[in-house]
Structure formats: C-alpha cells, structure tokens
Write a protein that binds this ligand. Sequence first.
Ligand code: NAD
Length: 407
Amino acid sequence: MSSIFQDNLSRLKKAQEVMGFSDSELDYLSKPAQIKTATLNVSGKEYPAWRIIFNRDLGPGKGGIRFHPEVSEDEVSSLAFWMSIKNSLADIPYGGAKGGVKVDPKQLSEAEKEELSRQYIVNFYKYLGQDKDIPAPDVYTNSQIMAWMLDEFEKQTEKHEPGMITGKPLELGGIELRQDATARGAYIVAKEAIRDMEGENEKPVFAIQGFGNAGSYLAKMLNSDGYKVVAVSDSQGAIYNEAGLDIDKLLELKANKGSVIDYKEADKISNQELLNLSVDFLALAALENQITESNALQVKAKYILELANGPVSNEGDKILADKNIVVIPDILANAGGVVVSYFEWAQNRTGNILDPEYLVKLLEKKMKLGWAKVYKESQDRKITLREAAYVIAIDRILKAARFRGKV
Ligand code: NAD
C-alpha cells in the first residue's frame, strides 16, 4: 500500500490536471514548509515527537496534536497537508500544521501524560504561538492536555497567551461550542447534501465507524433529529440493529464500560462488516485508511461522510467513484472543529467574548457555504466532491503564494 503522503501527491496531481498550475507550483504545494522533531523522555522511556507546518501562506500554522502508537512523520505530514487544504477551503486565516507523539497514552499514568505534554512544549515552544503555529486536540489528546501545554508555554515565555492553543478548558479561554463542533459541522453538511442530492424530506439510515468524540456526537444529533443509526463501532468491535440503536443508552454504556460492544439490544458484528452494511450513509469517524483498494469493492452505502481525516485512500476513492458512491470529503465534512477553534483564537486575541448563539449561526453559515461551493464546483466541472474541494482550496493557497512571490 502506498504511504498516505503519496496519496496526497496523487490528489495534488489530479488538481493540477483540472486547474492547470505549473510543475514548480506543484512542487511547492508538495513540500512541508517546516519540520521540527524531538525525542521526549518520560519515566526512562523515549518517545519521538513532531510538529510540522505544511503551508503558511494564508496565516499561521493550525492543527492538532495526536498521541498514538502509530504516529509517524509520513502521517503527521499528511495531516498537516490536509489541515492546509481544510483551512483554505473553510476561508479562515490559517495555514496548516499538525503535531504528534509516537506513544500509547493508555500505557501512561496521568502524571506521565502531564510530563509528556509539558515536554512537548519545552521542545517546541519556540515554534508555537498565536501568530506562528496554534495546536489543538486530536486523537487521544483533550482539553486537559491543552491546559498543561498552555501552562508550560506561558511558563517558558513568561506571558499570558491563550491564543497559542485551542480546545482549552473554558476557564483558560476555551469555548463551549468546541466539544461537539466537528460533529455539528458534519451534520450540517450531511443535511445539505441530503437536501441537494436526495430531497428535502428524506431521512436516510446511518452507520458510524468510531464512537469517540466526533462519532458519538454525530450519532446523538442524528438520533435527536429522528434519523436512524443502525450500527456503530469502536476499537473493540461493532454492533448492529436494523431497527435502530438507542444512542443515549449507548453513550451511557460507553461512559461506564468503555466500549459499545456490551450493548444488549443489537448483534455484534465485525468492524469490517459495519463498513459493508447496506445503509444510505456510512460515517467514518475513527482513523485514516479504513477504506482502501482491499475493501472498497464491498462497500454498499450510497454516501460516505468523512469525519476522520483521510479514512478513504486514493485507490479506495477511485473504486468508490466507479461504483457511484458519493464521498463527502474530510476537508469539508470535518471542518467544524477548526472553524470553532478559529472562533476561540479570535476571542482570545481580542478579549471580546461573543454570544454562543451567534457563533452557532456563524458555524452553520460557514458549513453551508462550504457545501454549496464544493457541490457547485463538482457539478460545473463534473468532478468528485473531493476533487472540487481540492480545486477551491488550492486556488486560494496558490493565489496567496503568488502574491507573496513564493511561486
Ligand atoms: P476519539 O479518540 O475520541 O475517537 C475515535 C474512535 O474511533 C474511538 O471510539 C475508537 O475506539 C474508535 N476506533 C479506533 N480504531 C477503530 C477501528 N479500527 N474501528 C472502529 N473504531 C475505531 O477521536 P475523535 O476526536 O472522535 O476523532 C476521530 C477522527 O476524527 C480522527 O481521525 C480525527 O483526526 C478526526 N477529527 C476529529 C476532530 C475533533 O474535533 N474531534 C476534528 C477533525 C477531525
């Protein structure tokens, strides 16, 4: 299988075919602007760590920090690339960045997690800041980790700067909307897609891979609005009930037992079987590379909604397109998280706290606008939604780079 980053290069080349930018511009778009690495040392063990800014023509770096045993430079680079594209598409004043530590956080005590978070900042604080590069939570990092990181940053730099990181606790300058922002954004985009592609009154059936932050909030929103969610999964397995799952009960079970697989009123199925279900919408909210050339042929859903970053490989994409399965791409569908991070950063910078109801409306407006322009571009050019999203995002980055005289 090709590396995730090679997939990105293929997608960039496809955008070049459609848009016709030069080879030197392709080369510029294919290379990270800055790669910083470090080795963190906690309780006598060493953990490789990265912070990568892929592009900063539209503004400072922006993107989460991931703690995961499979983190690699290829993955962090790819995630930083996707952030550049996503931020450009969302029309927010950021470049794209990402960070990661190769660690299994489940093996660490709370004190060790704090030490790891602080060490990350001790090693990288010189490259971070509200006008340089702004981290946020990602897989297995949360608001407590952001709080430790902010505290360490302020210790190192001897000043308050809450805008250097987002996804913080409310008391440290965080924002209420952040918790469910990614799911809310994806939900808004899904409803727009349903209206434009299926009709106003349709209530499609969903299966959701990944019942963590993004997936569980999406399930809750769908359920509250009368959509049926027939299957969900987590790292331990999947459950299915054709009649629909009670999401409130599942949330309680997950909170108490740590997994959805003990839910009694459903059949246990494998994660792979979940991906193959005959549902209208398959929402992918776990990790990257879940649908590839090895399993895309078996997918039967009509739509794929990508909440995770990069859950469908480039080869997987081609197979799905041949089967007329519509993929609503990550860089559009999961942008709600970073849009709300932008609200948090803007509040931190101005000290002006905005009304949450206004911000919810602003998020809704931004997500709807994102869907409308991507859908129109894909219809006009007869390309997939992902290709359309790339074309719009790359156009904005290239214009900025040309103004700067970089290309
Ligand atoms: P999370 O850690 O809260 O949840 C991930 C879930 O996926 C967990 O329930 C885990 O058990 C499950 N999982 C892991 N491997 C699996 C597998 N093989 N099959 C099925 N389930 C599996 O993480 P999250 O914050 O919900 O993020 C999920 C994805 O969404 C990631 O790719 C992340 O980068 C992306 N994302 C999240 C946000 C956000 O704001 N949370 C924003 C943008 C993108």
